[in-house]
Design a protein around this ligand. Sequence first.
Ligand code: ADP
Ligand code: ADP
Ligand code: MG
Length: 452
Amino acid sequence: MKRKILIANRGEIAVRIIRAARELSIKTVAIYSTADANSLHVKLADESVCIGPHASSESYLKMTRILSAAIATGCTAIHPGYGFLSENAAFVEMVESCGLIFIGPDSKTIRQIGDKSSAKTIAKSVHVPVIEGSDGLVENLEDGLKISKKIGYPVMIKASSGGGGRGISIVYNPKEFKEAFFRTGMEAKSNFGDDALYIEKYIEEPRHIEIQVMCDHQGHCVHLYERDCSMQRRNQKMIEESPSPFISDMLRRKMGQTAVKLVKAIQYKNAGTIEFLVDKEQNYYFIEMNTRIQVEHPITEMVTGIDLVKEQIKVAYGLPLSFDQRKIRIKGHSIECRINAEDPLNQFRPTPGLIKNMIVPGGFGIRLDTHIYPLYEVPPFYDSLLAKLIVYAPTRKEAIKKMRMALEQFVIEGIKTNIEFQYLIMHHTDYIKGHYDTGFISKFLKLVEENK
Ligand code: ADP
Ligand code: ADP
Ligand code: MG
């Protein structure tokens, strides 16, 4: 089959996919909105098609236009990246019915496991530990109150279609419940077009630890160990590392086996991530599965030496995995800092605008995945992610030192970024010791505020 891929995304991940395809000698087609005409992914792809105005709903989310672009340019596959349509079962169904390859799992699988509440039910049915909560969706306020009373406060109200940290509320007592229930439902409806909610117990001071999995069409499934993504702001990841400084080797192996058991049970295909929360006693609980490549995939690539995006493409075109479980070994330590156009001291408000000048870090063990360049104008319409700064070193201590140096040498002029904030975290004694949970950043910010 002739291989040519349309990339249904923008920004750094579109660039990442173009590079992987180029190494495999596969031609690529970029799509872009009018706001992205000068974007790097457009310049790097072999061909490009403008698919609409700046609003995502009129461009990167416009399924029929994306499919027309793929067919008109003779593409045989679509890579969705992350965000946008990457976990949209209706889109994947359309891709399949057009006879194109979707670089990811099939629509049926996404429908099953992409929905967070239904994923929990499936996980539970194959004896994967889940957080105590509602059995499926919560239909009304009365049921919500009843379930919360039963499991005990604090509880979390979560949108079943939610993602990117949105559509999640914490409720400390029954008095707060009603307002939070309706607000979260409305938020979910406007962000994800679906107001289905479920409830689970709030885990105190958890670590977010996720397992990368990869499965081919020949029935092989492997895991590529964990990423610790506990450094979060507003339930969204900001710094990730692999391996996790928190878990024991025994737990590492157990979580890997659990992840493989789950994906085998659903006959999963391609790359995916099983997300878990781990409590202080090292109990782990499944929270959701992401049926796509993840933002933080590079740290797994650095410690395993495996190019996940190339593997995704090969598997989608029907090739078997190029490694088995025994060949996957963790070596060294990798950290990723998400460099965002945002103001940490102003509720992480986005700070788009013109990049007047920039100097990027480099050297042994430093990787920068980005789409920005000098005089690039960061549009206000999309994600605030500017770059992923990734370091790799033999030990965690050396990786932290390398990250400090790289952050010091990273200059972006013209817009505010979170580089300095990341630099501060890299010097925090608790971070250095590996003592942190998902509440670290909000506590750290309070301290900064008090000392302002
Ligand atoms: P990761 O799990 O890969 O770290 P994030 O949660 O940071 O990903 O999300 C990556 C991007 O995808 C963000 O732009 C986020 O807003 C978007 N995203 C994630 N899930 C969804 C979803 N269900 N609907 C819409 N956008 C989503
Ligand atoms: P998303 O789809 O937005 O990624 P997740 O279900 O993965 O949503 O949760 C995102 C983050 O929210 C988690 O990494 C964690 O920090 C927090 N979180 C989610 N569920 C719970 C819970 N039950 N208890 C405590 N924190 C939670
Ligand atoms: Mg998640």
